[in-house]
Design a protein around this ligand. Structure first.
Ligand code: C5P
Length: 277
């Protein structure tokens, strides 16, 4: 944790009321002002989630320090959470970052509901659970958020982006990945869940199923020419957005780049161009 404080300078500074700009709606010239142009890079920043898949808090702090000027969202997954625990999540939240806690919960309904409550107390904005846990588990997780003010978005993971047809068949499923994704998403919608994780190849069909209300969070993102690693069902950032993704999750193409900030900026530029068109 000390590493985090060393690497990341304090962001909050006190400012007096005189320093604050007049809000546009109170400015008399506002009525005649032209509508502001959409800042597409800013829109892209709101939709890029960087996966902090690193082994300890010090490495994560270093990566966040390199990226926090460009990126708003950070994903804490199993590798970092097992090593650094809830304390690191709370530090990210305290610094004003949006945190996606990707623990892919998969257990009996009572246990998953409890884990959802614990994660909510950490202040995360997104949280994953496996849709394959079934309708009772999904409903219990959703019910755990009833009455919670400003709850995290519950995301049901459909079929892992690392699974191709052979991997899906090996776990006994007699369907294509796309068919299985759709079946699980219908189950999730039935349990009042509107957020899903799927590969870029299924975004368009899930968008058709959920409509604009769906929160579709898409890993398996690879800029043209990037190493695919273990991912199987992939697409470029621009393609995933064009298919209807709400958010893109990017790990190694940023975290393992020689200059992570430069890699993030290049992805944001590609996203902004896609959003513009
Ligand atoms: O390094 P890469 O860009 O492949 O990282 C993708 C991230 O998204 C990883 O943190 C992985 O755990 C996560 N993820 C995924 N497929 C899913 C759900 C989450 O790759 N279905």
């Amino acid at each position: 944790m000390d590493a985090f404080r060393r690497v990341l300078p304090a962001r909050r500074q006190s400012i007096s009321i005189e320093d604050m700009p007049i809000p546009e709606r109170l400015n008399p010239s506002f009525a005649s002002a032209r509508p502001p142009e959409v800042d597409f890079i800013e829109e892209a920043r709101k939709r890029l989630i960087v996966a902090l898949d690193v082994p300890d808090a010090a490495s994560a702090a270093e990566l966040v320090g390199q990226l926090e000027k460009s990126c708003r969202w950070f994903k804490v997954g199993l590798e970092l959470f097992v090593a650094a625990g809830p304390a690191f999540v709370e530090l990210l939240v305290a610094r004003g970052h949006s945190v996606f806690l990707d623990l892919k919960l998969y257990d009996i309904p009572n246990t998953v509901a409890g884990a959802v409550r614990s994660a909510t107390a950490l202040g995360v904005k997104m949280l994953t659970l496996h849709a394959a846990g079934g309708p009772a588990m999904l409903s219990a997780a959703r019910a755990a958020l009833d009455g919670v003010a400003d709850p995290p978005e519950l995301l049901a993971v459909t079929v892992l982006t690392s699974m191709d047809q052979a991997q899906v068949a090996a776990v006994g499923l007699n369907r294509s990945p796309a068919e299985q994704v759709e079946l699980l998403a219908r189950m999730g919608l039935g349990a009042r869940i509107r957020g899903f994780v799927c590969s870029p190849l299924e975004v368009a069909s899930l968008r058709a199923l959920t409509g604009p209300e769906g929160v579709l969070v898409i890993p398996g993102i690879r800029p043209a020419g990037a190493a695919t690693g273990d991912q199987k069902r992939i697409a470029t950032p621009a393609e995933a957005l064009r298919q209807g993704a709400s958010y893109l999750v990017v790990g190694r193409p940023i975290s393992q780049a020689p200059d992570p900030a430069e890699a993030a900026e290049a992805i944001l530029k590609e996203m902004a161009d896609a959003l513009k068109s």
